[in-house]
Design a protein around this ligand. Structure first.
Ligand code: 5GP
Ligand code: SF4
Ligand code: MG
Length: 455
């Protein structure tokens, strides 16, 4: 998911719309904006893309005020239905509050069962709603204390934006799994999942919100708080591999440059005799460029992408995923014919994409098709907000590299080593979460459900 908020600007909702537009790659299922005019909150939400849900200027008349938060969603928990569209907004004894969440709460079911036993009634099936119930029932007085108190009980990944009548509060969980940055536009404060959203509205990047930090923004300015026990940070390395936009700076690094370095590292690990390097667009492009530079093998755009198709993986229905590859990609036959080709992609999840691509490239006349992946085998599910499928659907959880090579019908297949991944991303911060590659989860298992509940 992606979150965006701005406080202290007369065009708050409009700017939030633009911010969400820049974060669309983080979720295409649904989106929403909640604004505050200082006295009450206003919401508009819907299923589908930002441009579709907010395609009508009239909508912004219903979203007045100088504060707004927004969300783009793909489901990790809770099904893909309108009642689960964020931000969620509730009225409680002290007024109204809206919240937008990027991440996944791993002890959600336990807390939910407890809250229901005490009489809470849930409106949605999203784990995010738990946070609202916890803060509504907290015995502490200020909103900041209530939020901190509620979050003490929560385990997992969360970047949160809260909007009340008079303030906006941003939180990044103590492990800092997901990115979140802070910017300024004139006197207004801006918070966004990725810096590319600040760029679009010409806000100045100030800094990242730190793991375990709560930032409160009111008309009197910004204050920063660190109420949680300090733990080792575990930013998600997969944000660099695939999820974030290449023009963003997250966890102190530009994503494009990291991806290119993943490709260079791949070239150091796998020397292959070939005529050209072809990326699987768009996610494989920077790594293929890095590979080409390091190996001296020419880079070619041998697969052309139809840009009017969404990110196939994120579509929640298996049936749509199935068609995805052909709708999306077509080879340049005249370029590929008779050539030894290296195809580079960022990851293999189920293996269906790679299998179709290898067949496509071979049908276009390639004499050899080698596949290189700019990350290690994805063998374990993510519990921290990336919608990887259940373990049994991850092809590398139950198959060797050679079995996968045979399945995708490639002449050779190579994955970046976990050491190569860490080295390419940078060893100055060695405590990244890499659990989907290594199985070494930063939050240990008793607190986890056996499998993530997928939408
Ligand atoms: P597969 O067909 O192997 O399941 O899909 C692999 C493709 O899915 C890759 O091209 C990768 O870029 C893309 N992809 C999209 N979303 C995700 C995601 O959340 N996780 C992973 N690992 N790959 C994804
Ligand atoms: Fe990121 Fe993988 Fe960790 Fe999930 S398990 S937070 S995708 S590194
Ligand atoms: Mg891809």
């Amino acid at each position: 998911c992606g979150i965006f908020g701005i406080f202290g600007h007369p065009e708050a909702a409009n700017l939030t719309y633009l911010g969400l537009y820049a974060l669309q790659h983080r979720g295409q299922e649904s989106c929403g904006i909640v604004s505050s005019d200082g006295a009450s909150l206003h919401a508009h939400k819907g299923m589908g893309l930002v441009a579709d849900v907010f395609g009508n200027q009239e909508i912004f008349k219903q979203l007045p005020g100088e504060g707004a938060i927004g969300h783009v969603r793909y489901s990790t928990t809770g099904s893909s239905v309108i009642k689960n569209v964020q931000p969620i907004m509730v009225d409680y004894s002290r007024g109204s509050i809206a919240v937008a969440h990027n991440g996944n709460i791993v002890n959600a079911q336990i807390i939910k069962d407890e809250l229901e036993a005490w009489g809470s009634i849930f409106q949605t099936t999203m784990d995010t709603e738990i946070i609202v119930h916890l803060l509504a029932t907290s015995k502490t007085s200020s909103l900041l204390e209530r939020i901190a108190d509620a979050l003490q009980r929560i385990r997992g990944a969360y970047c949160l934006l809260f909007q009340t009548e008079t303030r906006m509060i941003a939180v990044r969980d103590p492990h800092g799994y997901r990115p979140l940055c802070l910017g300024k536009l004139g006197n207004a404060y801006v918070v966004a999942s990725e810096s590319c959203a600040l760029d679009l509205i010409e806000a100045e990047f100030i800094r990242e919100i730190e793991p375990g930090e709560i930032v409160e923004i009111t008309k009197n300015g910004m204050t920063s708080h660190f109420p949680f026990k300090k733990v080792a940070p575990a930013p998600c390395i997969f944000e660099f591999v695939y999820f974030a936009r290449p023009d963003s700076t997250i966890f102190g690094k530009n994503v494009y440059l990291v991806r290119k370095e993943l490709g260079r590292q791949l070239a150091r690990e796998f020397r292959i005799e070939a005529d050209m390097v072809i990326p699987v667009p768009d996610s494989g492009v920077p790594a293929a460029m890095g590979y080409a530079e390091e190996s001296g093998i020419p880079f070619e755009l041998g697969l052309i992408r139809n840009h009017y198709v969404g990110r196939t993986f994120i579509e929640p229905q298996q049936a749509i995923r199935h068609f995805g590859v052909k709708i999306k990609l077509n080879p340049v036959r005249e370029l590929i014919k008779g050539k030894r080709v290296i195809v580079i992609d960022d990851s293999i999840v189920r293996g269906t994409t790679s299998r179709k691509i290898v067949k496509m490239v071979r049908n276009a006349g390639a004499s050899e098709v080698h596949v290189l992946i700019s990350s290690p085998p994805t063998s374990y599910p993510c519990y921290y907000g990336i919608d990887t499928p259940n373990r049994k659907e991850l092809i590398s959880s139950s198959h060797t590299v050679d079995e996968i090579r045979r399945y995708i019908t490639a002449d050779s297949l190579g994955y970046l080593t976990p050491e190569g991944l860490t080295q390419a991303v940078g060893t100055e911060n060695t405590s990244y979460c890499r659990a989907c590659f290594t199985g070494d989860y930063p939050i240990k298992f008793p607190q986890l459900r056996p499998e993530p509940q997928l939408g």
